[in-house]
Design a protein around this ligand. Structure first.
Ligand SMILES: Nc1ncnc2c1ncn2[C@@H]1O[C@H](COP(=O)(O)OP(=O)(O)OP(=O)(O)O)[C@@H](O)[C@H]1O
Ligand SMILES: [Mg+2]
Length: 256
């Protein structure tokens, strides 16, 4: 364990001394997240100009850590790094199977995480191009996804809906329902993990994130997941004093 940590630190130091990544503020997270594959991936992304500087972690999740970084032009980016060791492979396989876009029958964990990150990138791209408010995806490489940084003018990351002070919840709800409807009817995607954890609030408007498990509407799990997403919305907005009728919500989202 100790040697693994110091190896990762050595690699990181090398990366920094080569001035590829100018700074990594969060050294503690460094040892755990930055295994060899991740360092090599970040190194390549830095050579390509996508991630010039990597700052501290915005979030440390179950499977992924999200950092704020800057590209070579100084534009802030969000860098989501999946930890190969703590990824939930059963879940990943479950969602990837039945998706005709991916023909991965592998038990190779790195390969599976790479497919998962590609899936998140492609889901974001489809949604973004259809006009759904999601972070613009920039590049996916191995276990790393680089995307638009969602934050304020001072550079602070936008807060998830569950931590935000929402001045007009009805307006946020309408925008969300509209976006989920576009996702369903035009993008042909169900988010599958929609909740106040995966909705950021920027300038009083919702931005949908974390769409890696998103599946196509004709996937066998789609109905069940759409139902769960709707139940979550109903629960979250109830806390904000808004009652939603599930049948009405369903008709709106599915454009019935
Ligand atoms: N594009 C972004 N811009 C700013 N902050 C972001 C962005 N994407 C994610 N974040 C921050 O990182 C947090 C976690 O992101 P996300 O939900 O995508 O991963 P996760 O829930 O940790 O993933 P998992 O649960 O699979 O480990 C978000 O709640 C948000 O605070
Ligand atoms: Mg999340």
């Amino acid at each position: 364990m100790c040697s693994k940590v110091s190896k990762a630190d050595d690699d990181l130091r090398k990366l920094l001394s080569e001035k590829r990544l100018k700074s990594v503020e969060d050294r503690q997270v460094g040892s755990e997240v930055f295994d060899k594959l991740t360092l090599e991936t970040l190194y390549k992304l830095s050579k390509m100009g996508y991630v010039h500087i990597l700052n501290g972690a915005i979030s440390t999740g179950k499977e992924a850590n999200v950092f704020k970084g800057y590209d070579k032009d100084g534009t802030p980016v969000a860098v989501k790094i999946y930890r190969v060791t703590s990824s939930d492979f059963k879940k990943m396989q479950h969602y990837i199977q039945g998706d005709p876009r991916f023909h991965v029958r592998t038990s190779n964990k790195r390969q599976l995480v790479k497919t998962w990150v590609t899936k998140e990138y492609r889901n974001l791209k489809r949604a973004y191009e259809a006009g759904v408010k999601v972070p613009r995806p920039i590049i996916a490489k191995n276990n790393v996804l680089v995307m638009e940084f969602i934050g304020d003018k001072e550079g602070n990351p936008a807060l998830p809906m569950r931590q935000s002070q929402i001045s007009n919840p009805q307006k946020v709800l309408e925008k969300l329902v509209n976006d989920v409807k576009t996702l369903y009817t035009k993008v042909k995607l169900v988010h599958g993990d929609l909740s106040s954890f995966n909705i950021l609030i920027k300038d009083d408007e919702p931005v949908i994130i974390d769409i890696s498990q998103g599946i196509l509407v004709d996937h066998p799990l789609a109905r069940e997941l759409l139902n769960r997403d709707m139940d979550n919305l109903i629960k979250d907005f109830k806390k904000l004093g808004i009652q939603i009728n599930k049948n009405e919500l369903k008709s709106k989202i599915m454009d019935l």
